[in-house]
Design a protein around this ligand. Structure first.
Ligand code: 4GS
Length: 233
């Protein structure tokens, strides 16, 4: 998969995407990632990317010209152009799976008060939000999207990592887990896990996962969210 990112803050991307599973996926060419500076698509002396909203109001907007020029340069017919914005579809594992099947994604990071509406109307195939809170710009949302998508690319995870799968793949939260020692500062690991009865252990884990999900995330169990429950592995 190829992912291009258009941002005002390319420096934010160095570090997080050069470690661990993403680093390995890039080395193996499972992920071809390029970061582009929106300012490189300006032509004026001050490299202007923003302007005041017509009709007044606070803040500045990303102006259309540099973004149109950048997307026309970076996108082709098979490119899925995604704006990162709080007004987008909320990112979840189902959407991550959908994105991981695409061949080319162009992530356009928001900044300031947002995008000139014509960018949405004529360039965006999709809009994604990483959650209902306000960030300073779309770089972190882009990195979250890249991270979640990359680990689903075939060959990206080692056996160990994919075996440990995981919350949301089955639509419920993970059951409680323990490692050695069997007793730590007076806190004991549940007997069933030390029993060696595999059927009992599986039953206990399923119950615990169900209980925990009902208590903490009842929304994951409701009918309208059954799409989340599609087994992945
Ligand atoms: C998000 C978000 C976000 C909104 C960008 C205010 C700067 C900021 N983008 N998911 N202007 N949450 N963007 O907070 O995607």
């Amino acid at each position: 998969m190829k992912i291009d990112v258009l941002t005002l803050f390319p420096g934010m991307f160095f570090g997080p995407l050069d470690e661990s599973i993403i680093k390995r996926a890039r080395e193996r060419k499972l992920l071809e990632l390029s970061i582009h500076n929106l300012r490189d698509y300006t032509h004026d002396r001050h490299r202007t990317v923003d302007d005041k909203p017509f009709g007044g109001g606070p803040g500045m907007l990303l102006k259309p010209e540099p973004i149109f020029e950048a997307i026309e340069d970076l996108a082709s017919d098979d490119t899925h152009v995604i704006l990162l914005t709080p007004a987008g579809r909320k990112l979840n594992q189902e959407l991550v799976r959908e994105l991981s099947a695409l061949s080319h994604i162009l992530l356009v990071c928001g900044s300031y008060e947002g995008f000139d509406e014509r960018i949405r109307e004529s360039l965006a195939d999709d809009e994604i939000s990483v959650g209902d809170y306000v960030l300073t710009n779309g770089a972190l949302p882009a990195m979250i999207t890249i991270d979640a998508v990359t680990r689903l690319l075939p060959g990206a995870l080692g056996d160990q990592e994919s075996a440990s799968d995981e919350s949301f793949s089955f639509g419920v939260l993970e059951y409680p887990q323990y490692t050695r020692p069997a007793e730590f500062r007076g806190m004991k690991v549940p007997d069933v896990l030390l029993s060696g009865h595999h059927a009992e252990i599986t039953k206990w884990r399923r119950e615990q996962a169900q209980l925990r999900t009902a208590e903490r995330r009842p929304d994951l169990l409701s009918r309208r969210n059954m799409a989340n429950a599609t087994p992945q592995n």
